[in-house]
Design a protein around this ligand. Structure first.
Ligand code: DQA
Length: 172
């Protein structure tokens, strides 16, 4: 291995991770009257573009899964990597149906508490069936957005970027 590869990635930019739970891979096809016509790929492009436009030195990464254990493993990998690289700037999470049911997801998100957490929902669960009214992570989230469609993710991203600047993370 070259020396360069072994060197600590001290100047690696902080990362924002966008986590999407079950059925969100079906955006654009799934109940478009509720979730809109745009796809998950459209959403990821908008977020990537927004980071580019911000001019900040931040990496944005995306993860979607329909498997709870995979989401847990992904969150664990973020927890274990918290102190490494440029650091974790924040998390944008739409746990989808797990929002209302999964104590396991809650317990995992709890381990991310040292970083800013945004809970985002495309629809407004409070205006829908009663079983959607409760979120098991609402008290862990530093910022919550619902009912703004994909724009809600952009709003959450802007909030995270401003928090990262306040925290003086090396984003410039
Ligand atoms: C959702 C709302 C949840 O109730 C639902 O199960 C989802 C998506 C939203 O983004 O509006 O899958 O999180």
């Amino acid at each position: 291995m070259s020396k360069k590869k072994d060197a600590p990635a001290a100047s690696a930019p902080p990362e924002i991770h966008v986590l999407n739970g079950p059925n969100l891979n079906m955006l654009g096809f799934r109940e478009p009257e509720v979730y809109g016509h745009e796809t998950l790929t459209d959403l990821e492009k908008k977020l990537r573009d927004a980071v580019k436009e911000s001019g900040l030195k931040v990496k944005i990464r995306f993860f979607q899964t329909n498997y709870e254990g995979e989401m847990l493993d992904y969150i664990h990998s973020l927890v274990l990597g918290l102190a490494q690289k440029g650091g974790l700037g924040g998390i944008l999470i739409n746990p989808a149906a797990w929002t209302h049911t999964s104590i396991a997801i809650r317990d995992a998100v709890m381990m991310l508490k040292p970083v800013p957490i945004v809970e985002v929902h495309l629809s407004n669960p409070l205006e829908r069936e009663e079983f959607r009214h409760h979120s098991v992570i609402e008290d862990l989230a530093d910022y919550r957005i619902a009912g703004m469609g994909q724009d809600g993710y952009l709003e959450g991203l802007r909030w995270l970027l401003s928090e990262m600047q306040k925290e003086r993370l090396d984003v410039h």
